[in-house]
Design a protein around this ligand. Sequence first.
Ligand SMILES: *Cc1c(COP(=O)(O)O)cnc(C)c1O
Length: 390
Amino acid sequence: MQSKTIGLNTICTHTGEVRDEQFKGAVSPIYMSTSYAFEDVDVKRYPRYFNTPNQEALGKKIAALEHTEAGMIFTSGMAAISHALMAFLKAGDHVVFQQTLYGGTYNFATTQLERYGISYTFSDGWGAADIAKAVKPNTKVVYIETPSNPLLTITDMRAVANLAKSKGIVSMIDNTFASPVNQNPADYGIDIIIHSATKYMGGHSDICAGAVAASKEHMQQIWHSSICFGGSLSDQTVWLLERSLKTMGLRVKAQNQNAQGMAIFLQAHEAIDQVYYPGLPSHEDHHLAASQMHGFGGMLSFELTREIEPSDFMKQLQLIKPSMSLAGVESTMLLPVATSHSLMTPQDRAAQGIKDGLIRFSVGIEELDDLKADIAQALKAATQKSAMTI
Ligand SMILES: *Cc1c(COP(=O)(O)O)cnc(C)c1O
C-alpha cells in the first residue's frame, strides 16, 4: 500500500509489517538472528547495519508516518541525535542550534562538539530570524525543536527549511514533543526528522529508542557513519516499538484532547500564574502552531503563584506521578530545574525563561475529570500548607 493514500491509523497499524507467510499470524514475527546468509541474497543483513527484517519493517513505518522516503531506528533519542549530527559535521564546520533545546542535546553540544573541532552557536531566540542571524559561512547544519521543551515555544518550520535550502545547509528537527501524529516537518521541507522514540512512539514508559526519518540520500549518509558508531537497537525492542506504534494515533489524539482541557482548567485556576500550551489562544505562537501542526500535543507547562512551593504541590498528587521523562499513557509531572535542565547553568536557564518553579506536565490518557480533581485537591492541600507556614 502507498503511504500517501492511506490514513494515519492505518499506517500505524500496518505499514511495513513483516508478513508471516508460514503460519499466517496477525503480527510481524521477531527475527532475533544476528547471522544471515551472504550468498544469493539481495541484502547482507546484520543488526549493526540497521537492516534486520524487524528494523527494516519499523523503518518503513516511521518513514510513512513522517512522509519521508526512509527511516532508521536507534538505541535512544540521543543516539539518533548524535548519529545524525555527526553524519553531517566534520572539523571546521559550524552548527546553529535553536536556543530552547532539550537538555541532553544542549549537553551534547556543549561538552562534545568542540572535541571534534566543530563549533556551534545557540540562536538568541527561537524565531526563524534569530536562527538566520546565527548562520555563518561554515554552517553545515541548523537544528531546531518545535514545540520546545519545556516552554512549548513554536518555530516556523517553513522559514527555517527555506533558509537552510537557500544556503545549502542541512536542516534538522527534534520532533519528539509533537510526534508524527501532530506534525510532519518534511511537508515544510525540513531534511532530517529526529525522535526520541522513548516518548510518544513508545508511549508506555517502557521502551528506550530513537528514530530518524529523511530522504534516501540523506539517510545513506547517516547510515554510513551510524554503522561505525553502532547505535542499533535490539530486535526485541524494535518489535515492541512496532507494537506500540499501532496505537500511537489513538493515544496521542487522546493526549491532545486532555492537554487542551487541562490547559484551560489550569489557566482558570487562581493558584496558577502562567500556563504554556500552544493550543491556548493566549500562547504567543498560537497562530503559527495552528498553521503547522495537526494537533497541539500532550505537553504543557505552568507556574504556580508564588505562595505555593512546587514540591509541596507535587507531593500531594495522588494520581499524577511526579516522575522523569514524558509522553506515556500515564500523566506525569516534573521540575525541569531538578531534572531535564539540571545540567544547564542557572544563567542559561534564565536566558531561556525557565524559572525554578516551572512545572512540566505530560498529560496522559486518563479521564480528564480525574486529572482535574487530582490537581484541584493537590493545590488545595499545598495552599493550606503554605498558609500554615506564613
Ligand atoms: C527524551 C528526549 C530526547 C532524548 O531521548 P532519549 O531517548 O532519552 O535518548 C531528545 N529530545 C527530546 C525532546 C526528548 O524529550
